[in-house]
Design a protein around this ligand. Structure first.
Ligand code: HAM
Length: 419
């Protein structure tokens, strides 16, 4: 029996990979324009990084991490997200010695042991950005603007920015107390998961998907009702910067992110049509995270977006990605001597950066021309014994079917002039 790929993973096949390249190029271009540099961190980290960074009471750390002991009995975890790793790399490599703010981006696979369904995988790819060293609310707005700019460049419509402020260590305890007061009388009716979170992290109870829990927490005090002056001012400023660039948002006081490191700004970008997993981007500010993992106190903010969910959104909105899959030249060869000459020509033409293929299956001329069609070659260069003897080749324009005979010596110039 054929061995199949593990549940929740996908094979990205060649025609699809071209689309990934296209999207990645748009992302890299946007990052260049906004001044973000790429960082690449390990796929696995010490488990403690995520326990301390992402938070012990989150679904990710409680249930979803791929954690194992390596041969030296160290606890290792496949990264479930990028922020904790990028923060670690920032502190460990003293990137704070660079002019601030330091603006970074990353692209790559993340791993979460989730229940696989449409838009939710166990290995998925994120593009993310992180900005370190500035508490300026303009940075929060820039980060959200960058995400929206990207979606706009792809032609996606109907995106909604859900914006909230989750406060800071100063005002959060006030909210926590009010929330506990509100939830306490009905605590026994909440699901066991929520009951477990009541003491340590009652905010997460607002995010429970259980309908009874949702009903019970309806009308609970929100973080925005309890913000301290500083957080309130910050939130107002973020909104005014977004207004200034015309990025529309919806203040969603029930927005609770699935990770514990957020302070002040938290946001998600939703697109309804892709189903239950409608968040195509999530992020926020995390001014205490770098200190939490042992680095110098440094404010930070960023987001990550799910690459697979972009493809889902593009598909439902009927947006095609322009592909340039044309080959320049297909060399059709008849006979062994011609095959050798074709092989030589192929090497020469590739040095000119032309995209060239030849026949490796010993097919007849008709089948080779069909193959040329299939790879969408612009030209077929046909070489048989007769042509070989006369030092010429036949060049066929694949679209029109027009053919000309030209000297081997002139082939390079002809192809360069016409491709
Ligand atoms: P997150 O909300 O957990 O945030 O994930 C960000 C995005 O990754 C989601 O909005 C979604 O598009 C995609 N995503 C998450 N889980 C899956 C999955 N199982 N399958 C497919 N796509 C998924 C973070 O990861 C934070 N590190 C974001 C951040 C960066 N905050 C500050 N900086």
């Amino acid at each position: 029996m054929l061995i199949q790929r593990p549940k929740g993973t996908s094979d990205i096949l060649p025609d699809q990979v071209e689309k990934w390249h296209y999207i990645e190029n748009v992302l890299r271009q946007i990052c260049r324009e906004y001044g973000y540099d790429e960082i690449r961190t390990p796929i696995f980290e010490h488990t403690e990084l995520f326990q301390r960074g992402v938070g012990e009471t989150t679904d990710i750390v409680e249930k979803e991490m791929y954690t194992f002991r390596d041969k030296a009995e160290r606890s290792i975890t496949l990264r479930p997200e990028g922020t904790a790793s990028v923060c670690r790399a920032y502190a460990e490599n003293k990137l704070y010695a660079n002019p601030l703010p330091v603006k970074l981006y990353y692209l790559g696979p993340m791993f979460r042991y989730e229940k696989p369904q449409a838009g939710r995988f166990r290995q998925f790819n994120q593009f993310g950005i992180e900005v370190f060293g500035s508490t300026n609310p303009a940075v929060d707005a820039e980060v959200i603007t960058l995400a929206m700019d990207f979606y706009e460049r792809l032609g996606l419509n109907g995106l909604e920015v859900h914006l909230n402020s989750v406060g800071c260590p100063k005002c959060r305890p006030v909210h926590k107390r009010k929330l506990q007061e509100f939830l306490q009388p009905h605590l026994d009716k909440f699901c066991p998961n929520c009951q477990g979170r009541f003491e340590r992290n009652p905010l997460r109870m607002l995010d429970c998907k259980n309908p009874t829990c949702q009903e019970l927490s309806d009308g609970a005090p929100t973080t925005t009702q309890c913000l301290c002056d500083e957080c309130e001012e910050h939130f107002a400023a973020v909104k005014s910067y977004l207004d200034a660039v015309g990025v529309r948002y919806f203040v969603d006081e029930r927005l609770v992110r699935g990770l514990d490191y957020y302070t002040k700004t938290a946001f998600e970008i939703m697109v309804e049509e892709i189903g239950a997993q409608s968040a195509i981007c999530g992020g926020g500010r995390y001014d205490g995270l770098i200190e939490e993992i042992g680095g110098p106190a440094t404010p930070g903010i960023g987001f990550a977006l799910g690459m697979e969910r972009i493809f889902a959104a593009l598909a439902v909105q009927g947006i095609d990605i322009p592909l340039v899959t044309r080959k320049d030249v297909y060399i059709a060869v008849l006979g062994q001597a011609a095959a050798v000459e074709g092989f030589r020509l192929q090497a020469i033409l590739r040095k000119l950066n032309l995209k060239v293929e030849t026949d490796y299956l010993g097919r007849g001329l008709k089948a080779q021309l069909k193959a040329a069609d299939r790879v969408r070659a612009r030209f077929a260069v046909i070489i048989g014994d007769d042509e070989l003897a006369r030092g010429v080749v036949v060049v066929r324009q694949m679209d029109s079917g027009d053919q000309v005979e030209i000297g081997l010596i002139d082939l390079e110039d002809y192809l360069l002039a016409n491709s």
